[in-house]
Design a protein around this ligand. Structure first.
Ligand code: NAD
Length: 425
């Protein structure tokens, strides 16, 4: 192909480069047309705003807010908003592109976007976070919209921030606009099942992969990195299906119990302990949080941050199966090492797509003005997750590639054929 190879990856990979190198491999397998390749390698739109906020002590601090729309050929762009000190434009660009691929993998009519504000929400009061969120919503009012770009929660944001965003956009339009944001509280048009949807999708992906690898869920030992929305619900739902969660971790460290950790107890402890596991007595604290990654378990679920499995530590992983709850937890350079070790990876753009699937259901319900039962939401999202897994698995066999590259192939093929039909350059 004539298009230019992405820049070689440096020692410290950045998420955008990681995303691009997989995109490149999948594009080659597909024989992707050069023009479409060039369109897809750059985001459609990148908006950066400056947000001056009055802090509780009366001082004014200036924050940077980012929103990237990678692509919207399949529908309005969809993607979360991250509040974290490490937010960078490159990270948001990668996350936005992953959203394009993710929505295409699970076949929902959305493009991909992502947003972020570089801030430390743990060090801010609720009032400061509210002012920041409302300022961001106001600055992005021409970007966000139920037919254009629809935010959702990501790291550091949740129902509370989505309610403020929805309220601020609704005020600026003079009409309640529920469908502009998903992941809202139930009373504001949130969907039953959304809270646990990403973890539930991770559970469905894990069980589907266990079936292929002939791992019996009743004898399976699992470790989970990150005990937030994704990690804790994935762990709870897998425990309910008979697996033993032997290790969990969060920002305060990793906790291990070979007999299995009760997820109900761990979640209750976290909820009463300012959101962390510090001091949790149902397991022993490990020397280092990272050691959780190298335990002799059947399944490892990274559900915290990107780039935790890298070329420097991938050879130490003993799990037979990695199911990526987080976005981008495995760097591109670690892929080859993991593949050579014969470890199966259910990639992020498939494994954690349960969240965006139920976000889509929330948006559909908002537009219909009708609420579905939890049962209907779960049944439909389980069906989508299972059938998407099967399509990616079959594609991996057909092209003789990893499930990660197969997922990119499925996604890029769908987006590219939308360009073929729509044209218009
Ligand atoms: P969250 O803020 O609810 O939880 C993050 C968890 O990771 C917390 O327990 C935190 O303490 C922990 N953590 C942070 N740094 C850590 C470290 N160095 N080691 C171990 N644990 C650490 O976030 P979330 O919504 O659960 O998102 C987690 C990941 O899943 C992110 O990559 C996010 O992009 C991805 N994701 C989330 C959703 C969703 O619906 N929430 C959907 C798809 C993907």
């Amino acid at each position: 192909m004539a298009y230019i190879e992405p820049a070689p990856i440096k020692d410290k990979e950045n998420p955008f480069e990681s995303m691009m190198s997989r995109f490149h491999i999948a594009a080659k397998h597909l024989g992707l047309n050069e023009e479409v390749y060039n369109v897809l390698k750059t985001p459609d739109k990148q908006v950066i705003v400056s947000l001056p906020i009055t802090m509780d002590d009366g001082s004014i601090q200036v924050f940077e807010g980012i929103r990237v729309i990678h692509n919207n050929i399949l529908g309005p762009s969809k993607g979360g908003i991250r509040y974290d000190l490490n937010v960078t434009l490159d990270e948001v660009k990668a996350l936005a592109a992953w959203m394009t691929w993710k929505c295409a993998v699970v076949d929902i009519p959305y493009g991909g976007g992502k947003g972020g504000i570089r801030c430390n929400p743990r060090a801010m009061s609720s009032g400061e976070i509210e002012r920041l969120t409302r300022a961001y919503a106001t600055a992005m009012k021409d970007v966000f919209g139920p037919d254009t770009d629809i935010p959702a929660p990501d790291m550091g944001t949740g129902q509370r921030e989505m309610a403020w965003l929805m309220d601020q956009i609704s005020r600026s339009r003079g009409v309640t606009t529920s469908g502009v944001v998903t992941g809202k509280p139930l009373v504001l048009g949130g969907s039953l099942g959304r809270l646990e949807a990403t973890g539930r999708g991770v559970m469905v992906s894990t069980l589907s992969a266990m079936q292929k690898l002939k791992i019996n869920p009743y004898n399976a030992k699992i470790s989970v990195q990150g005990f937030g929305n994704v990690g804790s619900y994935a762990a709870l739902l897998l425990e309910e299906r008979g697996s033993k969660i032997v290790a969990i971790s969060d920002i305060t460290g990793a906790y291990y119990n070979e007999k299995g950790i009760s997820m109900k107890e761990a979640m209750a402890y976290r909820d009463e302990n300012k959101g962390t596991l510090e001091g949790f007595e149902g397991a022993e604290k490990m020397d280092s949080g990272d050691n959780l990654l190298f335990l002799d378990v059947d399944v490892l679920i990274p559900a915290a941050l990107e780039d935790v499995i890298t070329m420097y530590n991938a050879d130490k992983i003993k799990a037979k199966l990695i199911v990526e709850g987080a976005n981008g937890p495995t760097s591109a350079k670690a892929d080859d090492i993991i593949n050579e070790k014969g470890i199966t990876v259910v990639p992020d753009i498939l494994a954690n797509a349960g969240g965006v699937t139920v976000s889509y259901f929330e948006w559909v319900q908002n537009r219909l003005g009708y609420k579905w039962t939890r049962d209907r939401v779960n049944r439909r999202s389980d069906r989508i997750m299972k059938s998407s897994f099967d399509v990616v698995y079959e594609t991996a066999l057909k092209y003789n590639v990893s499930m990660r590259i197969a997922a990119y192939i499925v996604a890029i093929d769908k987006v590219a054929s939308a360009y073929k039909y729509r044209g218009g350059f």
